[in-house]
Design a protein around this ligand. Structure first.
Ligand SMILES: CC(=O)SCCNC(=O)CCNC(=O)[C@H](O)C(C)(C)COP(=O)(O)OP(=O)(O)OC[C@H]1O[C@@H](n2cnc3c(N)ncnc32)[C@H](O)[C@@H]1OP(=O)(O)O
Ligand SMILES: O=C([O-])CC(=O)C(=O)O
Length: 375
């Protein structure tokens, strides 16, 4: 009997120079740099450059990347028409997945066997346009005008600008920029692995990224950040937390934002997000969500030895920035676009088709096909 690793747990499927997720220690590095250093010293665009080129940019290279990203913000008219005509009650993550797939039809650089340079150009377009898609759909569903894209704002600030129609405060911009850095890359997580599997067939980058967005939206992965707010709303108040969590555990219900396949200790991104969540909650004078979150985390650590993951406190951060809950997973996708595209480029550079085996446990082999009226 072959050894089966359900969910591919513990399986090393390829080498990568991108993220190093150390589950025992609780550390995360991108291309050798600790996320703690990166959030301290870099902006999101520097991290994008790092992931695509495996080195930090010089000032001139950073400027060139920023200019390149800003030059590609305009969406094709057909994609804007789709965004305006999509059902207003559609989930933004579904609109995003569909629009990203559409972008592939509008790109004049098309085809499966593109050069590295052509794929890098697609990576720039996707990273630049994905935030515009989410913000435009949010405005369109509210019946608001879609402001023209601007070239004078960085990625995080531009997203907040399009969403609200107003330039964000430096604090709000910095908060989202740090969140983008923290979500940029995470090894062979389910959505990144999905992107690499698609790429490994030599399919195109748009197909790989559309599939990755589909994988990210699930509540066991990136969709958990929206689940956290729904859970907090369902619990209602701090004095209800203990009873709610006990009931959830008794009913074998998963607590959103808690637990991780790789981290056996605290997710190293969580303290950064918690710090920002506490600061924002203090500023807003709305301590309720963060206090409830802290109590849930404490109980889960005591009862199950499980810790908060990246989705747990990011939910309160985005909520405190006034962002609607159903845009939380799209924001995760905006930042993870850098990691996904970096992985697609890495896969293309040294490709081998992903094709694991399954152990057949079905009907006896060779069972005769019964006539249709005897089935
Ligand atoms: C960006 C990200 O993707 S981070 C993860 C985001 N996902 C979530 O926050 C959803 C909630 N968490 C989970 O469902 C899980 O912890 C996962 C999916 C992240 C990891 O899952 P796995 O490694 O497959 O662990 P699995 O789901 O098998 O859980 C192992 C045990 O811990 C329990 N457990 C794990 N997470 C939780 C949780 N959040 N709440 C309650 N119990 C949990 C399981 O019930 C199971 O218990 P059992 O052995 O008594 O049956
Ligand atoms: O690595 C994982 O399984 C999930 C995760 O934390 C991420 O994608 O950021």
């Amino acid at each position: 009997m072959p050894v089966i690793s359900r969910g591919l747990e513990g399986i090393v499927a390829a080498e990568s120079r991108l993220g190093n997720v150390n589950g025992a220690e609780g550390s995360l590095h991108y291309c050798g740099y600790s996320i703690d250093e990166l959030v301290e010293h870099c902006c999101y665009e520097e991290v994008v450059y790092l992931l695509w080129h495996n080195r930090l940019p010089k000032l001139s290279e950073l400027k060139e990347l920023k200019t390149g990203l800003r030059a590609e913000r305009e969406l094709p008219a057909g994609v804007i028409d789709f965004i305006k005509s999509a059902p207003r009650n559609a989930r933004p993550i579904d609109v995003m997945r569909t629009a990203v797939s559409m972008l592939g039809c509008y790109d004049t650089v098309r085809g499966d066997l593109l050069s590295m340079t052509e794929n890098e150009q697609i990576a720039i377009k996707l990273t630049s346009q994905i935030g515009v898609i989410a913000a435009y759909f949010h405005r369109a569903r509210r019946g608001l005008e879609l402001p023209p894209v601007r070239k004078d704002l960085g990625e995080a600030a531009h997203f907040l600008y399009l969403l609200t129609g107003e330039e964000p405060t430096p604090d709000a911009e910095k908060t989202l920029d740090v969140a983008y850095i923290l979500h940029a890359e995470h090894g062979f997580n389910a959505s990144t692995f999905t992107a690499r599997v698609v790429s490994s067939t030599l399919s195109d980058m748009y197909s790989a990224i559309s599939a990755a967005i589909g994988a990210l939206k699930g509540p066991l992965h990136g969709g958990a950040n929206e689940g956290v707010i729904h859970m907090l709303e369902e619990i209602g108040s701090l004095d209800q937390v203990d009873r709610w969590v006990e009931d959830a555990l008794a009913n074998k219900r998963k607590i959103m934002g808690i637990g991780h396949r790789v981290y056996k200790v605290l997710d190293p991104r969580a303290p950064h997000l918690k710090k920002m969540a506490v600061k924002l909650s203090d500023e807003l004078g709305e301590a309720k969500w963060i206090m409830m979150s802290e109590r849930i985390a404490e109980m889960m650590s005591e009862r199950k030895g499980l810790n908060a993951n990246v989705d747990f406190y990011s939910a309160t951060v985005y909520h405190s920035l006034g962002i609607p809950t159903d845009l939380f997973t799209p924001i995760f996708a905006i930042s993870r676009m850098s990691g996904w595209t970096a992985h697609v480029l890495e896969q293309n550079a040294d490709n081998r088709l992903f094709r694991p085996l399954s152990e057949y446990i079905g009907r006896s082999l060779g069972t005769p096909v019964p006539p249709i009226n005897e089935r």
